[in-house]
Design a protein around this ligand. Structure first.
Ligand SMILES: Nc1ncnc2c1ncn2[C@@H]1O[C@H](COP(=O)(O)OP(=O)(O)OP(=O)(O)O)[C@@H](O)[C@H]1O
Length: 284
């Protein structure tokens, strides 16, 4: 569905932030995009949806370059930026003016999502709290039924019950035709939601893996310091060494996304080498 081909991007007068980056995203999946602060997650998402323009390479949505911003592409994409902008209109007025850009918009579902988030439809949007504004725009985005839903830090500003509602709603609105990509540095917010993890690090995508496959091939465990040398990655914790090891049991392990992220972005590349072994690549 989305194909990023050899994308190089830099802001004017600045060095490249993304270099020769390649990425494929398929429909029917929820991707979690992780990266350190300033890694370029928001910038990559803006390139995906045609709001930033590469110096080289391209982003294709169903074969169409997103940089061309053709209406036939824009109606298939909903992008929620990290900082939402809302006009001084009621929710109803906002929908009346913008829903027509999205031919698959479903008003009844929109009202249901708003109800679940406990956000009033008739309030003036600019007078809502930041969290309510964000929930309004998430509900609107879900109701557009676009093939591609791109959410940049959607859980920023959401309280704890809203984060759980957010996870439930996203999971319940995934269809085989839809692709959702969510960037965050609140890794725990993606637990039990995403099925594929994508890591952006040092200008490139260094991981794009199905979590079920990872759970079958890796074990996340606490080990004693004496066994830490057997791990692909280990770090100190209050309870001993939190470690990632090859999964020799055949039983899926519960993935610790934070540990996985730390391991993939660590200078020690044992985990990356393990995932690039021909025996692992052939088994997935
Ligand atoms: N419009 C802009 N002009 C120039 N530089 C920019 C612009 N927008 C972002 N940057 C810079 O690009 C780099 C990457 O920013 P970006 O927001 O894409 O990172 P991020 O991974 O989303 O970060 P965070 O996790 O902190 O939100 C940062 O150094 C930022 O200062």
């Amino acid at each position: 569905m989305i194909k990023v081909e050899n994308l190089s991007f830099g802001y004017p007068g600045r060095p490249l932030l993304l270099e020769d980056l390649c990425l494929t995203l398929e429909q029917g999946h929820i991707y979690g995009l992780l990266g350190r602060n300033g890694a370029g997650k928001s910038t990559l998402l803006k390139n995906l949806v045609g709001l930033a323009f590469p110096r080289a390479g391209q982003c294709l949505l169903n074969g169409q370059s997103t940089a061309k911003r053709l209406p036939s592409m824009l109606e298939k994409v909903y992008f929620l930026p990290e900082e939402v902008y809302v006009p001084a209109l009621s929710g109803g007025q906002f929908v009346a003016r913008t829903a027509s850009f999205y031919p698959q918009f479903d008003g009844a579902s929109f009202q249901r999502y708003l109800h679940e988030f406990d956000v009033p439809l008739h309030a003036v949007l600019s007078q809502l709290s930041f969290g309510q504004q964000k929930k309004f725009m998430i509900a609107f985005g879900l109701a557009t039924n676009t093939n591609l839903l791109v959410l940049d830090e959607p859980t920023n500003g959401l309280d704890i019950p809203s984060k759980a509602q957010f996870r439930r709603l996203i999971a319940s609105t995934l269809t085989p035709e839809r692709c959702v990509i969510i960037s965050t540095h609140q890794v725990r917010d993606l637990d039990n939601l995403i099925d594929t993890v994508v890591v952006l690090h040092q200008q490139r995508i260094v991981l794009n893996e199905d979590l079920e496959q990872l759970a079958e091939h890796l074990t996340f465990a606490t080990v004693s310091p004496a066994h830490a040398h057997e791990a692909l990655y280990a770090e100190d914790s209050m309870r001993g060494q939190q470690a990632i090891l090859p999964n020799l049991t055949g039983r899926p392990s519960k993935i610790d996304l934070e540990l996985l992220f730390n391991a993939i972005t660590a200078p020690n590349q044992a985990l990356t080498s393990y995932l690039n072994q021909p025996s692992y690549v052939q088994s997935v």
